[in-house]
Design a protein around this ligand. Sequence first.
Ligand code: SF4
Length: 90
Amino acid sequence: VNIQVRLRLNRYNLDGEPHIRADTEKCRACLHRACLAACPARCYLPHPENGVAFHYEHCLECGTCFLICDHGALKWHYPSGGCGVSYRFA
Ligand code: SF4
């Protein structure tokens, strides 16, 4: 079973607020934008004005983006209790 099929098994209970916030000024200044390649859920997409667009809805809460961002552009915390990802396994 490939990774896309496995990711579709997960369930998400969305929090009202994004649990990750990106500082667009710092993202614009970043040249490598490692988050685009590092996020396993592809929550980060290129954005022509802000450098990066972030969509938290399918976040796996792995913390990779927070660790890999060397510009300190991310504010990261876990979603509220009962919200966020519930992993399902095939
Ligand atoms: Fe992607 Fe993991 Fe960051 Fe969520 S915590 S946005 S899944 S890299």
